[in-house]
Design a protein around this ligand. Structure first.
Ligand SMILES: [Zn+2]
Length: 490
């Protein structure tokens, strides 16, 4: 029986965000080892759930998993503490026959911009060149040569919203088992495109990307092609690796891997104009909402995309909805001070709050609003359906629901930044999503997995911020050049 180690280190770091991803932020999300890892992920839709299910018949060694909600770069001290811990635990777990690693691919440490490359190559150094390492990636990875060199095979999710994480985990486990039994010998080739795919264009349900994924699926019909991946990239990490890439893994056929990767590269490059964002201003989006009065809308706040690391306390869409008296509407804003202020106030009381806009100056000003306090909550909820991120347990901290007294608007105030990936975020606070005509979700594509159950129309709104879809508003200093659309000559 083979002895397989399981590791996870998952972070998407936004270098345009000032607030760093400290160790405490990992502790607020996932830091688990051994049995705790199994308890947390065995039944999840996460790739770790896929690893565990796919390894039945092997001896599973759940070494450790770290994950934090996307935010700023990781300080050196935090990164070294985590990586050293995982290296120490892996070393103690040896001898192993193979490793399955859930990485993200867009982690940035302050001293190591290619943090995933740093982590994976240090694990490779520990276990030596012969132990098979199969890793999964998020398609928002900014792939590096070091990540590719450290692993025998890499496989990225093929959907955005990410709904195939469990399937990719199963696939990785299958590749590892076949490698260990001598049935296959994975050979990997990566190609790096001089291209940024705008976040607004990263829905895998839309034709410009669907076409590329169909090509990738077709390649898999060749029995010599084991796996292939399209890394859409994460534009909010100002690092040399930022951009898109493709990977092909074949059974001991480097030339075939090269030609498969090249085919995907060419198809994406030919479509590069279709990969640039459509930018709708707030007021235009609200005109549309007014026009289609019978539809329930989800307004996606692209500049304050919590899953992309932003502040979660942007007020711009909320203030516009308020000013135009459009509703009933719902918005969630991270604001621990306002939550605290409401905690001393009984339900039914009217008070004045200064809401949001406190983390930085990028996402709109602090908004003064008269509200009625509706309810208090502990902020914990669960999700058992497949949703973006494969997350089962959420904790948005003590939270309060308030209603504006002068507009048809309900505001959920949280004391932790929370990604809008589950409608249970609302229902656990006594709110029925279908009682609103407009719901604001601070994301781009990820919220759709949940919100399409209740919304007929989605508008991706071009708001300013640390995840602004207009990439020309961001000041890059470390990206590679040339890179389309910033440079046009190649
Ligand atoms: Zn992603």
């Amino acid at each position: 029986m083979h002895r397989i180690g399981i590791l996870a280190l998952l972070h998407e770091s936004n270098t345009f965000v000032e607030s760093p991803t400290t160790f405490e932020r990992f502790e607020q999300d996932v830091v688990v080892f051994g049995q705790e890892l199994l308890d947390k992920f065995a039944k999840s839709h996460h790739e770790l759930g896929g690893f565990l299910q796919g390894l039945s018949g092997s001896q599973i060694v759940p070494i450790g998993a770290y994950r934090a909600t996307p935010a700023g770069a990781i300080p050196e001290e935090t990164w070294e503490r985590i990586v050293e811990d995982l290296i120490g635990r892996t070393s103690s777990a040896m001898p192993l026959d193979g490793l399955l690693i859930a990485a993200h691919g867009a982690a940035v440490a302050e001293h190591a911009p290619d943090a995933d490359g740093d982590f994976l190559s240090r694990i490779r150094q520990l276990v030596g060149p012969d132990l098979p390492i199969i890793a999964t990636l998020d398609p928002h990875a900014n792939l590096s040569e070091r990540m590719v060199r450290a692993c025998n095979a890499l496989s990225a999710y093929r959907t955005n919203p990410h709904l195939d994480q469990h399937a990719r985990g199963l696939e990785a486990a299958e590749i590892l088992k076949k490698t260990l039994s001598g049935q296959i010998r994975p050979t990997m080739h990566a190609e790096f495109l001089p291209l940024v795919i705008n976040i607004e264009r990263q829905s895998t349900d839309e034709p410009h990307l669907k076409r590329i994924y169909e090509m990738a699926d077709n390649q898999l019909k060749n029995p010599k092609v084991i796996s292939n991946s399209i890394l859409l990239g994460f534009p909010y990490a100002d690092v040399p690796e930022m951009g898109s890439a493709v990977v092909a893994v074949t059974d001991n056929d480097p030339e075939l891997a090269r030609s498969m990767a090249k085919e995907l590269y060419d198809a994406i490059w030919e479509s590069k104009d279709a990969m640039q964002g459509v930018l709708i201003p707030i007021e235009t989006a609200l005109d549309q909402v007014e026009l289609e009065a019978s539809q329930r809308f989800c307004l996606l706040d692209m500049g304050d995309n919590v899953g992309g690391g932003s502040a979660a306390d942007g007020t711009l869409i909320a203030q516009s909805l308020f000013n135009r008296q459009i509703g009933p509407s719902f918005v969630c804003i991270y604001d621990p001070q306002s939550v605290e202020q409401c905690q001393g106030v009984s339900v039914g009381t009217n008070i004045e709050l200064r809401i949001g806009g406190k983390t930085d100056q990028q996402h709109g000003s602090t908004w003064t609003c008269q509200v009625n306090v509706i309810s208090h909550h502990d902020g914990r909820f669960t999700e058992d359906r497949p949703r973006h991120g494969g997350i089962s347990y959420f904790d948005q901290g003590p939270s309060v629901v308030v209603r504006a007294t002068q507009a048809p608007m309900t505001i959920l105030l949280t004391s932790r930044r929370m990604v809008p990936f589950s409608l249970n975020q609302l229902t656990s606070c006594g709110l029925n999503p279908e009682s609103f005509r407009v719901l604001v979700a601070k994301g781009v594509h990820a919220p759709l997995a949940a919100y399409r159950e209740v919304c007929q129309r989605f508008l991706r709104v071009n708001t300013p911020g640390s995840t602004c879809a207009d990439l020309f508003q961001l000041e890059y200093r470390h990206r590679r050049k040339p890179l389309f659309p910033f440079e046009k000559e190649f």
